[in-house]
Design a protein around this ligand. Sequence first.
Ligand code: SAH
Ligand code: SF4
Length: 416
Amino acid sequence: MADTALMPIPGQIDPVPVARDITPREDGRIDVIGLSMQRLSELFGEAGLDKKQARLRSKQVFHWLYHRGVTDFAAMTDISKAMRPWMAERFVIGRPAIIESQHSSDGTRKWLLRTADGHDFEMVFIPDADRGTLCVSSQVGCTLNCRFCHTGTMRLVRNLTAGEIVGQVMLARDALGEWPKGKMDFAEVEDEAEYTADGRLLTNIVMMGMGEPLYNFDNVRDALKLVMDGDGLALSKRRITLSTSGVVPMMARCGEEIGTNLAVSLHAVTKDVRDEIVPINRKYGIEELLQACADYPGASNARRITFEYVMLKDKNDSDEDAHELVRLLKKYNLPAKVNLIPFNPWPGAPYDCSSPERIRSFSTIVFEAGISAPVRTPRGRDIDAACGQLKTAAEKKSRAELDRLAAEKQAALEAE
Ligand code: SAH
Ligand code: SF4
């Protein structure tokens, strides 16, 4: 395991602890979730299957994992009875463990999840009339320390693996009951016509949970490839948005290698204020960031870049700030929309939320300049809504209490 004490990560603004390594499973089995079909086939080959078998089996397993959502090799009925225990001895189908789940009165659902090596992180589902958005985490904690963000007060524990990232989407499908149930559960041969992606609750994904996705680029890319792949979860890249605080050097690669929609956490229009609230600004300034947005592959009027702007009382919410925001977006000729986010307070936060009148005035100025600037309705306020809050609330409970909750949850699942 890496020593986490005061080793700088190259490219970071301040020395931060290096993320911990992932502790391998004690039983030595390999988690198949998050691996590409090619990699799975190679591993089957290394475990003893000949090339043709390995390729065929990886295709079959992939289908069961990502189209059917099975979590047990024994359920893979088109794989020979003898082969299924062979797989189960060597491989495992992982899901993050659910430690706690909360259901808000407005339909928002929030889960505290735990990795196999014992680190907690969050996932949120936000249903709307015409869509359902899953907010996915990319890291446990965050190396950056945006001052309004609760996750920013935590140390980075480690990057999530591709399996843990795509595993969140799979877990949400489990919880929402969104795996197709069809002939394949009973018969050896599947009628493809039985499988339909329509009518789902989970339609959109935003990489806006804990962590900075562009500081965990490879794993986020590999996970999102599985989410977008037709053999994987087959969700359109137009329904996926990656949010960055402004890791400028990674933005072009993000457009080229991932190709999802982009959201940028702008939050301020002057150097002083952005340096304070989004400290990565000291390394990559506003103009550099906006130039990277202008160069973002795939951005167009049909696929606008979202600029997130958290409304902080007397900090970034004046009419002058709104006019400056418009000026900057126009200067770079950006296909932009602005999301105004009322600040979600957390205990000890150094800011307050702007008044509704202030937010309205700010929104009107941006809107009248021809840029869409909706005010986001706060969701799930009754369930520790702001990013990072559930984890902290849970940490206040004793470990024993959490383990008891986890055991109860497991028992309830088994009883179902
Ligand atoms: N690290 C990435 C993605 C995760 S944070 C990024 O910074 O873009 C995603 C969003 O959560 C940020 O844009 C920020 O606006 C929002 N956020 C974090 N804490 C918040 C709070 N207390 N109130 C409102 N929005 C918050
Ligand atoms: Fe990290 Fe994003 Fe929070 Fe900033 S806003 S601390 S980058 S998670």
